[in-house]
Design a protein around this ligand. Structure first.
Ligand SMILES: Nc1nc2c(c(=O)[nH]1)N[C@H]1C(S)=C(S)[C@@H](COP(=O)(O)OP(=O)(O)OC[C@H]3O[C@@H](n4cnc5c(=O)[nH]c(N)nc54)[C@H](O)[C@@H]3O)O[C@H]1N2
Ligand SMILES: Nc1nc2c(c(=O)[nH]1)N[C@H]1C(S)=C(S)[C@@H](COP(=O)(O)OP(=O)(O)OC[C@H]3O[C@@H](n4cnc5c(=O)[nH]c(N)nc54)[C@H](O)[C@@H]3O)O[C@H]1N2
Ligand SMILES: [Mo]
Length: 769
């Protein structure tokens, strides 16, 4: 129970001394400040390791300290001196550990030994690697239908292990390769190919340096990708407008003091990041973007009537685009009243964005989970692409679309074949390269895997990193079903909740992190990963491994595959696990256009850029052109009951002190929250209207048609600057409120940013806030 006031609004900038103090605190708490400090100087450097936190671009000429507050926390978390040993497991039953929260589970430290669940004792007990691999292989072979096994991965693993993991699944007999990306930017991967013919962003750091306008939607830069604040700060100094759309006034998007600049730190100099801030209603971006597009067309008409230079890039539209006519006809039918109601923003504000955007020769649109995790996420991302296309802002310097990817290699995994969609993989080439018939049936994505688990169809679940059972929707239902699987394999670095829901047979297999030295009989091995701009970088571990019993993910997957699959002379598992350059050679054979000369190019400063046709205005789409896409309606949710005055839209958020399900602490500094995560942000007008008071204890209940009761309680009301009708609470604690069926249409990304809920007072003591 927090002992002090839990809500103290934060007055400082993002970055600054608060950031420096926060890094110091975590280094001390993880128990090795000096050596961790040394390791940090190798972060995001050529010949060093790539940050284990986010996927933001690594520049060719890095700063002396090319890391941010949260990158430092992520590294400190991995190289902690705390250890989760067999003695720890001897002291605690799984039932007891299930009562621990996420923070305390991971604070147990790095896992040191392979462990097997023993149902009689309800404890994990140590097991040898040999026995573990033998039993897992035997169990996988005993599964009658290979489609009843799932191979999940979290977007942190390297290209090398991802490639052989995908191959393992396909040789085993399925495309069941869901990825954390399914919960994240899958919306992007589905939306953009139809609009512009590539599944990823088109922007590089050079574009940031040259752009004249930045549009920023639904991404919390100050906490989740702080290094982006450097190019944003530079842009602001050049006088570039940054127009932000976010229901919350996130401090990182308001003010920034660069902690790497002695002058700024000493003088307290701050940069205002957003030149205009629009507190859009949750799920209101589709309507807001419609308004901006509509205003832009109106401005263009006015200019042309006055015989002035046009605003739209008519030449680009004629030469490069398809669907323009039907798009503007649709726009002309949208009325401002609906746009204002759905977006929660005034026509004047949307027109102001159009005016600023209209006068910039180039513009970049940046976005994150605030757009992708919505029912209408796919249409919203396509609408953002529409806005860029109107002014030819794709495929020229200083312009483009910039989805900010989450996990540090989530984009690279997709590039090398981790996908449930067989059409995204060069199956023919794989067939030739490895003399087998790759399965061509679509595999399970995250939502479909959850459904199959609920239906009792899945026999075995392999988890390459991540914390699947904790990250997915519908926690209570999923946890119950999880335990009915026959085999659950957790390849991990820390203890987490998924491991505490053992199937009949369950293993925890601890592996090396990417900061660690990975030595095989062929010497130290390197890895590679792709950042959010499509640049691929080499990675060398620099630390002594956390335990001598750890093996690398690459070795583990190769060992498992070798033990499970029948001999195939074309697939040299044994050689691959000793020499990762041979895996890179194999990758470059499968994907020659992207990965030719892989071995040398990955060490180039700034990495090497994968070819992206849209950057050159070549459109790999069904029409051969960039497509304007007309949405089906402006509303966020068409299937759930209309939000009445007592149904709120809840967004589930990350704090500044977490990495997904990894909780570093209970402070969300920028949002002023201390010592707790059990809060709900609510507009003071709503608090008064419902006769609540700040500090009241409440419970949220999901509004859904399926009759399943979903609750999340013991939350303290925080009066907050959030639009009326909207609420915010923390992920993953709130995940029980998110129905599995509530996902983005077209991409199956859980709609975690707009859950319809009602709010109810409970008997709990009022907190001081
Ligand atoms: N330190 C740290 N870094 C991380 C992570 C982490 O947990 N911690 N996670 C990593 C991962 S996997 C990912 S995917 C990314 C996530 O990074 P983000 O994309 O920033 O995701 P969230 O923190 O979930 O919040 C998204 C933002 O969207 C806003 N938002 C919510 N609903 C709406 C809406 O309807 N419209 C608009 N315009 N905005 C909205 C919220 O107010 C919030 O500011 O970060 C990565 N980096
Ligand atoms: N309600 C709600 N739900 C969400 C979201 C949301 O915003 N709201 N966000 C979604 C998003 S964007 C994502 S990406 C998912 C995240 O889902 P996941 O990627 O599955 O989850 P993480 O929390 O990143 O996984 C943390 C675990 O990874 C393991 N780990 C860390 N490093 C390594 C490593 O190097 N190797 C291996 N093998 N294991 C490692 C550790 O054991 C740690 O416990 O959650 C999604 N769920
Ligand atoms: Mo993510």
């Amino acid at each position: 129970m927090p002992s002090r006031q839990i809500y103290r609004p934060y007055k400082g900038p993002s970055g600054g001394w608060g950031s420096a103090r926060s890094v110091g605190n975590i280094l001390r708490r993880e128990g090795n400040p000096a050596s961790a400090g040394l390791a940090l100087t190798r972060q995001n450097k050529v010949d060093g390791f790539q940050c284990v936190s986010c996927a933001w671009i690594k520049p060719a000429t890095p700063l002396p300290f090319e890391f941010c507050e949260n990158g430092a926390k992520a590294t400190a978390w991995e190289i902690t001196s705390h250890r989760c040993t067999p003695e720890f497991f001897k002291d605690h039953t799984v039932t007891e550990l299930l009562t621990w929260d996420d923070y305390h589970l991971e604070q147990a430290g790095r896992l040191t030994h392979p462990m097997r669940y023993d149902g009689d004792q309800d404890k994990y007990i140590p097991v040898s690697w040999g026995r573990a691999i033998e039993e897992i292989a035997a169990e996988l072979l005993a599964v009658k239908d290979p489609k009843n096994v799932v191979f999940y991965s979290s977007g942190r693993s390297s290209n090398e292990v991802s490639y052989i993991y995908g191959l393992f699944a396909r040789l085993y007999g399925n495309n069941n390769l869901p990825d954390s990306s399914n919960m994240c930017h899958e919306t992007t991967s589905v939306a953009l190919p139809h609009s512009i013919g590539v599944p990823v962003g088109t922007v590089t750091l050079e574009d940031f340096a040259k752009t004249e306008c930045i549009l920023f939607f639904g991404q919390n830069a100050g906490s989740n990708s702080p290094r982006i604040l450097h190019p944003l700060q530079e842009a602001r100094r050049r006088g570039v407008p940054i127009i932000t759309y976010n229901p919350l006034r996130e401090r990182g998007l308001e003010r920034f003091t660069n902690p790497q600049s002695p002058q700024e730190m000493l003088t307290g100099e701050e940069t205002t990041i957003s030149s205009s801030y629009n507190q859009v209603r949750i799920g209101g971006d589709l309507a807001a973007l419609t308004g901006v597009c509509k205003a832009l067309i109106e401005l263009d008409e006015q200019k042309r009537q006055a015989h002035e230079a046009a605003i739209l890039d008519w030449e680009f539209i004629k030469e490069h685009c398809h669907g323009f006519e039907s798009f503007i006809q649709w726009l002309s039918r949208q009325n401002w009243l609906t746009i204002e109601r759905e977006s929660g923003l005034r026509r004047e504000a949307l027109t102001a964005t159009a005016v600023t955007y209209s006068s910039a020769k180039t513009a970049i649109a940046v976005y994150g989970m605030g757009l992708t995790q919505h029912r209408a996420g796919v249409e919203t991302v396509r609408m953002l692409a529409n806005l860029l296309l109107l002014k030819g802002n794709i495929g020229k310097t200083g312009a483009g679309i910039c989805p900010v990817r989450g996990h540090s290699n989530v984009q690279g995994q997709r590039t090398v074949g981790i996908t449930e969609k067989p059409e995204l993989v060069p199956l023919k080439r794989l067939a030739e390269q490895y003399s087998f018939e790759p399965p061509s049936e679509k595999g399970l994505d995250t939502i479909e895997a959850c459904e199959a688990i609920l239906d009792g169809k899945i026999r075995a679940f392999v988890m390459l990193g991540g914390n699947f059972a904790r990250a997915v929707p519908d926690r209570v239902r999923m946890e119950k079903a999880w335990r009915h699987m026959n085999l659950t394999i957790n390849i991990a670095t820390k203890l987490n909740r998924s491991q505490l829901l053992p199937g009949k047979i369950s293993y925890i297999l601890p592996v090396l992190g990417r900061t660690e030295i990975d030595k095989t009989s062929k010497g130290p091995q390197s890895l590679s990963m792709e950042d959010t701009s499509g640049c691929i970088h080499g990675n060398r571990g620099v630390r002594t491994p956390a335990s001598p019993h750890l093996i690398s993910e690459t070795r583990l997957i190769a060992e498992l595959a070798k033990a499970t699959l029948s001999e195939n002379s074309k697939v040299p598992w044994g050689k691959w696990m000793e020499d990762y350059s041979l895996i890179r050679e194999a990758i470059s054979k499968t994907y020659p256009d992207i990965f030719h000369d892989y071995e040398s190019r990955m060490w180039e400063p700034g990495g090497f850029q994968r070819p992206l046709s849209a950057r050159h205005r070549q459109w790999d789409t069904d029409t051969g052109k960039a497509n304007f896409v007309t949405p089906t309606s402006l509303g966020e949710d068409r299937d759930l009951p209309d939000p009445g005055c007592d149904v709120f839209r809840l967004m589930t958020l990350r704090s500044n002190d977490q990495f997904n399900t990894t909780i570093y602490g209970y402070t969300d500094r920028f949002r002023g929250i201390h010592q707790t995560r059990d809060i709900v942000f609510m507009n003071p007008v709503d608090i008064e209207r419902l006769n609540f008071s700040k500090g009241d204890q409440v419970e949220l209940r999901t509004v859904a048609r399926d009759g399943i009761e979903r609750r999340h309680g013991d939350l303290t009301i925080i009066p907050y600057d959030i639009p009326i009708g909207c609420l915010g609470a923390y992920y993953p604690e709130a995940n029980n409120l998110l129905p599995l069926e509530h996902y983005a249409i077209g991409s199956h990304t859980p709609a975690a940013k707009s859950i319809p809920v009602t709010i109810h007072k409970t008997g709990g003591r009022r907190m001081i806030v």
